[in-house]
Design a protein around this ligand. Structure first.
Ligand code: F6P
Length: 342
């Protein structure tokens, strides 16, 4: 069989693990493995690379994707061209690592395509799977940054506001925030009340605390206020890029309390790290399973993580609305139990 592999959307630590694991299994079973460069761009521009053992070996330890990716090349308006170009690659099947945008685009244009989906996003908000690879690495970046910043915060008697990625989902802020025992965690799913937040900060201030660590998701906002959009990427399936939440919160808290404040935007450092061991395990098992599904010709399915193990599910499960943090999620209860403002 001739199997294509594509990585679409924003990169996530672990993508290379999927490429290495699935290519190794497919090659061992006599398949030809064709890597499509730069996501949908590679289809439009007919740019591919044979995934040989030499190319994929040891890729698992590296961040990014050796195939390149793009979250700007939409199929909209070029459907017929995309379909013809994809057909000309003469693939027996395609393994696509992406988010709902990647799968929805492929499904809409090439309904009959022999497709296997691998869910991917550091935001951890894809439906149909309980966790996505890259998420653990992003949480590690947040937790280690909060722990490191605490030292300078203590030295200078400052409060720090640390902004995480995640778009409309608070998973990264919540996971990274509780792992580093942040004092305050603000997520989009739980708009905060300014008066209550201020009361909490003032209480810490009067108790003599030298430092205060606040983790805020880029999409979080106060009650009845809109999240802050920094700019838009017109040809991206999700146009808005969030940003500015930490800066404005730090300025506001400093002016209200007199406690010197600084802000840090972690940005793409959350995506740029080598995958953690947890993410390596996840991509190793997911990559092997995706290849097995291709060998079994189980098209229209996705490899997912449910109830503690990698399994198979209908690809349509990944295209349901984003999986956000439940208002009463057990991690939120846990944070409250620790005395964290959330
Ligand atoms: O969806 C993943 C993500 O990293 C978001 O958390 C973030 O808002 C966005 O992508 C950033 O996109 P870009 O790489 O286009 O700046």
């Amino acid at each position: 069989m001739r199997i294509g592999i594509l990585t679409g959307g924003g990169d996530a630590p672990g993508l290379n693990g999927i490429l290495e694991a699935s290519a190794r299994v497919l090659l061992q079973n006599g398949c030809e493995v064709i890597g499509i460069c730069d996501g949908f761009e590679g289809v439009f521009e007919h740019r591919t690379v044979p995934l040989t053992l030499g190319l994929v070996q040891n890729a698992h330890a590296r961040a990014g994707t050796l195939l390149g990716s793009s979250n700007r090349s939409k199929i909209d308006g070029r459907e017929a061209e995309f379909k013809a170009k994809l057909e000309s690659l003469r693939l027996d099947g395609l393994i696509a690592c992406g988010g709902d945008g990647t799968f929805a685009g492929l499904y809409r244009v090439c309904g009959e395509l022999n497709l296997i989906g691998v869910p991917k996003t550091i935001d951890n908000d894809l439906s149909g799977t309980e966790v996505t690879f890259g998420y653990d690495t992003a949480c590690a970046a947040v937790a280690e940054s909060v722990d490191a910043l605490r030292f300078t915060a203590e030295s200078h008697k400052r409060l720090f506001v640390i902004e995480t990625m995640g778009r409309t989902a608070g998973w990264i802020a919540l996971g990274g925030g509780i792992a580093s025992y942040a004092d305050i965690i603000l997520i989009p799913e739980r708009p905060f009340e300014r008066t209550k937040l201020l009361k909490f900060v003032r209480a810490k201030q009067t108790s003599g605390r030298r430092e205060l660590m606040i983790v805020i998701a880029e999409g979080a906002s106060a009650k009845n206020e809109a999240p802050q959009i920094a700019f838009e990427v017109p040809d991206s399936p999700q146009r808005e890029r969030y940003g500015g939440a930490a800066l404005s919160l730090a300025r506001w808290l400093e002016s209200e309390t007199g406690w010197e404040a600084r802000h840090v935007v972690l940005g793409h450092l959350q995506r740029a790290r080598h995958p953690t061991t947890t993410d390596r395990f996840l991509t190793l098992f997911m990559g092997v399973e995706a290849a097995r599904m291709a060998l079994d010709k189980k098209w229209g399915q996705a490899v997912v993580f449910r109830e503690g193990r990698v399994s198979r599910a209908p690809l349509a499960d990944l295209m349901k609305p984003a999986r956000l943090v439940d208002a009463d999620h057990r991690w939120i209860q846990c944070a409250k139990g620790l005395g964290i403002f959330i």
